[in-house]
Design a protein around this ligand. Structure first.
Ligand code: ASP
Ligand code: MG
Length: 422
């Protein structure tokens, strides 16, 4: 058994969906569980629906939803060659449910409504792909992952109940392979014990696929992307990037942690725990070697790995009365960050101050500063970038830093981080 994941870019157009079909057809004997995310930028568009709804701009929300509906119906019709197909009834049901939500008066949290609306993207894309595959002889079963992935009600970043979900996978998913070699299901979403839809965090489909790979004891997981494989830096930001043919789980988890938008950071653990290799392959040319991520201590051939996180804020937290900022104060500060779910990307402390770098999320920062201000003096600096380089050499570092004012730096033999202003 193998697990495949196809992301939004691979479903961006009718042609690309046909390409995905060809890839799947080239594994005729294989049992495949295929995890799919929403088509193209649908998740972003659904986020706008959720925002408009919550701001009580009901007409705008309805119009945005209507546009999404038309796009999906058009793609479905182009693939199936008709609108006379049970798929269209299924799609209609999904849209009707979303319209009901839009008809409600928002009484619960934004995150709750976000999940009820945004989860639609994956339901639509998987239903379309599954019906299209069956229509061209790629027999498959469509699975509503909300019947399998049980989570808590931490909406927008829900946590999987591993025990319950494992049981569902064994009892409900495994038998589906007796009917057809292929099961198609949604990434990114799940359900609470109250049958409320949840999402697992943006770009979470990689993680969904890894949960399945773990629970099905898959032989491998493949993430099909529109790029060659994992690169040592984002080619949109840096020239002369190189492909990495093989890399360890540990290295990828570090890259993701530092902000490389390669693979969802939660993806590695479920795979590592069962020693399941993760392959990153290009759906535009499946003969390209791609990248293999697995347990290997061989980092000798790795090129310098460069990650740039933009839109950073430096917070300087100083005690008001010159008292030291030591363990007890640091623990108070951490509690505040933890409570507001703000992740610290880099930190440093001195006698009476604590500096840290965080993503610029205006709503959270406002609340954070307000809370910290009760105990501390706060100064902050926006519009910064955080560079991380693993396996650096000084020549490269100076070249990358040229023309920037460095505000904070941290170095270990393997990693350097620099926070700078352009
Ligand atoms: N569709 C979701 C998103 O765009 C999940 C994913 O793509 O992995 O965030
Ligand atoms: Mg996506």
């Amino acid at each position: 058994m193998k697990v495949f994941k196809f992301g939004g870019a691979s479903l961006e157009s009718v042609e690309r969906i046909r390409q995905v079909a060809q890839i799947v057809q080239s594994f005729p004997e294989e049992k495949l569980l295929i995890v799919i995310s929403a088509m193209a930028k649908t998740t972003n568009e659904l986020e706008k629906v959720a925002e408009s709804f919550f701001l009580r701009k009901r007409e705008i929300a309805a119009q945005l939803l209507f546009n999404i509906e038309q796009q999906h119906l058009n793609v479905a019709e182009a693939l199936l060659g008709t609108r006379e197909h049970p798929l269209f009834t299924q799609l209609q049901q999904f849209f009707t449910e979303a319209e009901w939500t839009l008809g409600e008066k928002p009484m619960r949290t934004y995150d709750y409504y976000y999940d009820q609306l945004v989860s639609l993207g994956e339901l639509l894309s998987t239903a379309i792909v599954s019906a299209f595959f069956n229509s061209v002889g790629i027999h498959n079963t469509w699975l509503d992952v909300r019947d399998v992935f049980r989570t808590d009600d931490n909406f927008r970043d829900a946590n999987i109940d591993w025990v319950y979900t494992q049981r569902q996978v064994t009892e409900k998913v495994v038998p589906l392979f007796d009917k057809a070699n292929l099961v198609i299901t949604q990434g990114f979403i799940g359900s609470t014990d109250q049958n409320e839809s949840v999402t697992l965090g943006r770009e979470g489909s990689d993680y969904s696929a890894a949960v399945f790979a773990n629970m099905l004891d898959a032989e491998s997981q493949t993430i099909w992307k529109d790029v060659e494989g994992l690169k040592n830096a984002d080619p949109k930001l840096f020239p002369n990037t190189v492909n990495i043919p093989e890399i360890s789980y540990g290295e990828v988890i570090e890259m993701a942690y530092y902000g490389a938008q390669v693979i969802h950071p939660k993806t590695i653990k479920p795979l590592q725990n069962k020693q399941i290799p993760l392959l990153v392959k290009c759906f535009l040319d499946k003969n390209l070697p791609g990248t293999v991520i697995r347990e290997t201590s061989d980092v000798k051939q790795l090129p310098p790995i460069i990650v740039l996180k933009k839109n950073q804020v430096l917070l300087n937290i100083t005690s008001k009365d010159y008292s030291f900022i030591t363990e007890d104060k640091i623990s108070d500060i951490y509690e505040i960050f933890h409570g507001l779910k703000v992740k610290i990307n880099l930190m440093q402390n001195g006698a009476i101050n604590f500096s840290c770098c965080i993503d610029n999320n205006p709503e959270k920062i406002e609340l954070l500063i307000k809370t910290l201000h009760q105990q501390f003096k706060i100064v902050y600096n926006e519009g910064l970038e955080l560079l991380t380089v693993r396996y650096y050499h000084n020549g490269l570092l100076e070249e990358l830093s040229d023309g920037h004012t460095i505000l904070l730096e941290q170095r270990s033999p393997a990693t350097v981080q620099r926070l700078w202003k352009k």
